[in-house]
Design a protein around this ligand. Sequence first.
Ligand code: GDP
Length: 454
Amino acid sequence: MSERTIAAISTPKGEGGISVIRISGGDAISIAERCFRSVSGRKLSSLEGYRAAFGKAVRPDGSHIDEAVALVFRAPKSYTGEDVVEISVHGGVIPARECLAAVFAAGAHSAGAGEFTKRAFLNGKMDLAEAESVMEIISAKNAAALRLANGAKEGRIGKDIERITEKLLFTASSLAAYSDFPDEDIEGLDKESFSAMIDESEAAVKKLISTFDSGQAVLLGVQTVIVGKPNVGKSTLMNMLSGNERSIVTKHAGTTRDIVETQVNIGDITLILSDTAGIRETDNEIESIGVDRAVKRVDTSALVLAVFDTSKPFDGEDMRIIDLIKGKNCIAVLNKCDLPKAADCSALRGLDTVAVSAKLGEGIETLCKEIEKVCGAASLSADDTVLLNERQYSCAVRAQNAIINAKEAFDSGVTLDAVTVLIDDAINALLELSGKRATDEVAEEIFKNFCIGK
Ligand code: GDP
């Protein structure tokens, strides 16, 4: 247990129902006692864990700050695993700040970013992947992201890692036994069994890696660009998808001159949506800057929604857009399907297409389903274990590479010791992922990205 008792405001700084000041450490209860008077006269130190007292928050000189509720948690049954007191005052910047100042005056130190969660990790309350999931829960953009983060918070990643490392440890110890007694005929210790064991571990790590991209699409959102010639209905589509009037819609070509960005939740996916200037040759300087940016955005976006007006025959500019989107993760949106069709869409063969009327909302539901499918969210099942971030992903890839190398080494008949070293590398990478063998630097790096009070 850490010696310093820390405190911070754990709720957002602003006006709301309540603000919570969290105190954690060996002196949490005695410090809170100096800043809180219960109505009943009972001291916080006399309360068991999970008990609350109503009263008032006070300064060290006894002067009144606000009505308050103090909630006591006794180590190790608390978020951090230490004694914790949470004092709730009215939700406002000043009551919370004054209460925190009183807590500091009573002896608490200011908590660093993520220090409560870091203590939970150091005290064995959660592994590193679970600690990281806390941030994902806080920043969840949609219900699906929350579901994924909750899966990780429940220890799903850690359990999978444990299963795989146990298998690898068993393989390594079997290899050691085999290399010690190569001539003995021990059941299960033969070439085929070792190959099968290594294959199984590789398949398990591969499965873990396979959901990463779809998971990132759900957790981070998908950078999406809407492109198309002027007046094909890009802004109308963006407004239909986002349900508001963020982009300006007019009958005159070239209205949307810069990139407009908005977040839109579509089923399990959050699109970070950019509307762009219509792509066409233009002499207008401001508009041409917009066109250049639109072209660049196609390259840097994870998803392109290319809009075509099918009420008019396609021209050279439509063809330029078709060339631009080839090979990209793209859906061709055939807009204005409420009007008679005049376009020959054969140039779009091979591309994902959805016919819509952005103006009337027709086909938008189909488009949304297609977006979910293309982003991979539709392929994620509720039981999938999903890695949360690049750090976890790179550990898993390192483990996979080490297992592949171990298999190659084993097949090529090098010494079994060399194979065991590679299997150890895989185990190390996986234990770094779950935090069992993460260095202090890795842990520091993770928690410094947390907010203060978490
Ligand atoms: P942008 O320049 O590509 O952003 O095009 P806008 O969204 O500004 O739309 C240009 C014009 O086409 C406006 O008059 C819209 O009302 C009209 N429009 C957009 N979508 C549709 C559609 O699905 N059907 C019809 N009939 N008109 C549409």
